[in-house]
Design a protein around this ligand. Sequence first.
Ligand SMILES: Cc1ncc(COP(=O)(O)O)c(C=O)c1O
Length: 446
Amino acid sequence: MSKSYPFIKVQPPGPKAKELLKKDQRYISPSSAKAYPLMVKRANGVMVEDVDGNRYLDFTAGIAVANTGHCHPKVVDAVTRQAKELLHMSGADFYNPLQIELAERLDTICPGPSPKRVFFSNSGAESVEAAIKLVRHHTKRPYLIAFINAFHGRTMGALSLTGSKSIQRKGFAPLLPGVVHVPYAYCYRCAYGLTYPQCNTACVSWIEEELFATYLPAEEVAAVFVEPIQGEGGYIVPPKEFLQGLESLCKRYGIMLVADEVQSGMGRTGKMLAIEHFGVVSDIVCLAKGIASGLPLGATVAGNKIMEWPPGAHASTFGGNPVSCRAALATIDVLQGGLIEHAAKMGSYLLNELKNIHSSHRLIGEVRGKGLMIAVEMVEDKETKKRAREERNRVVEKAFMKGLLLLDCGRSAIRFCPSLTILKKDVDKALAIFDESLTEVEKGVR
Ligand SMILES: Cc1ncc(COP(=O)(O)O)c(C=O)c1O
């Protein structure tokens, strides 16, 4: 498909999209908050086409999933061949050679000593659920530490760790008992009144000096769940010292460190896993999203000695489905064939270009990120740093109308997470549309 993009043929949502939106309202659960009325028909590479024939430049990669680009030919070929051979024969009861092959690859991809073992599931939330059960089972301890602003999924266990938007938790209590939320680096409400860079390890010291001393017995904590770079919470990159401090805190008290790499993993940040940027080795890694280029797959990877649970302790009918495993193997081949280095290069280019336009836009408060996990924080005023949520939403909507797909993250940020295959010419197109949309919102153009 070599059609040009972006190409807006009819103002979205077009007539076909409008018809379908009515039906969606009638038949689909309204619980997911859609960004804008994009009714997708097909996608290829970094181009997404809607049902009315509009073509968009996709800077969302289907929420950081299509890391190899939509419908990468090698992934499609692997999926097609596998679909003809075996669609399903549950890993919950039978052995599956593709799971073994993929687990072997994940063993080498995830930092830390081999051998490791893998539990396969279908999604990010399920990979976190498995980790919650595993750390409790392994340590025989009840408590879990998670971070304010974290996102780990929406099933009841994962939701109990999630702390990025209260609407996600509202109406669902009581959640899992024993979860304690603590501040993440750059929380802007430091218990010690510190700001960056003095706050680098303050959040970690606070856990040890205050939380463990007054409220939470350290020897009863099973695990700390952390996103090496917070995703839904705003693409927040913590200082190295923060994650390294957590790693040593966990070691001191026999606590498992769980890295939720569901969004930041699989090459997204310019390295296979984001924790590699920080020189940290976690006990468990949770993967999903980009692992199979769009097919449902979750993986919880842990050292052999940690994943020592008996048959019957945990299983999934569909988890590690043969088609998803094939897609993941093809994805890893593509990622390791130079794509991660390319993503690092494109990420630096995009980050620098966004930083270059920082001063010419009053609404840009901060530009941050690693690799192709980049966010622009929108503020009403650079001095007060008051969040510009409304304006953020208008910029995202305007960009959509002009053919650029962006997403929000955090309370007032816009995320840029295109496929890792993105080329400089497409980054330039996206920058031009973003700049134009931002300028119009700043001028009050409706
Ligand atoms: C860091 C992180 N963990 C877990 C999840 C949940 O993944 P899923 O939506 O596949 O359940 C997400 C989804 O955005 C995520 O970003």
